[in-house]
Design a protein. Structure first.
Length: 139
């Protein structure tokens, strides 16, 4: 083969190998409040300012305090993320103002954790096939 053909084959091989950029990572984790698994709620990962572009990722927390985002569901791109956690009791009362009724729920965790900018929580997702994280909340 000529050197030109070799270069073309190497270029095609390189492109076919999937080196086009970061691949999503499957993320699993646990959320606990003062050392006890959180039995419900939602975890949100939001790309940190200055981090490479990504998209927010949301996952439901199971009764045993675990959550997961699988690669098949879009995964999580490598990078640094700010974390928000929310967990609301179902509404038991309604606020009425004129013709508007708003259901009122009660947060089961401190409200600061519900805002990714104020929660003080962050994680770094490496370039791996899967990654496990632990999120610890305090009263």
């Amino acid at each position: 083969m000529t050197s030109r053909r070799v270069r073309i084959w190497l270029a095609l091989l390189f492109m076919a190998s999937g080196c086009g950029g970061p691949r999503p990572t499957a993320v699993t984790g646990t959320v606990s409040l003062s050392g006890r698994p959180l039995s419900g709620g939602v975890v949100t990962l939001v790309p940190s300012l200055g981090s490479k572009p990504g998209r927010p990722v949301v996952s439901v927390i199971r009764e045993d305090g675990t959550f997961s985002v699988q690669r098949e569901d879009g995964g999580v791109l490598p990078g640094r993320y700010d974390v928000a956690v929310t967990y609301w009791e179902p509404p038991t009362d309604t606020l009425r103002s004129q013709d508007i009724a708003v259901p009122l729920g009660v947060s089961k965790i401190p409200l600061r954790y519900g805002d990714h900018r104020k929660s003080g929580l962050s994680v770094t997702i490496p370039r791996t096939v899967s990654h496990a994280i632990a999120i610890e909340l305090f009263d």
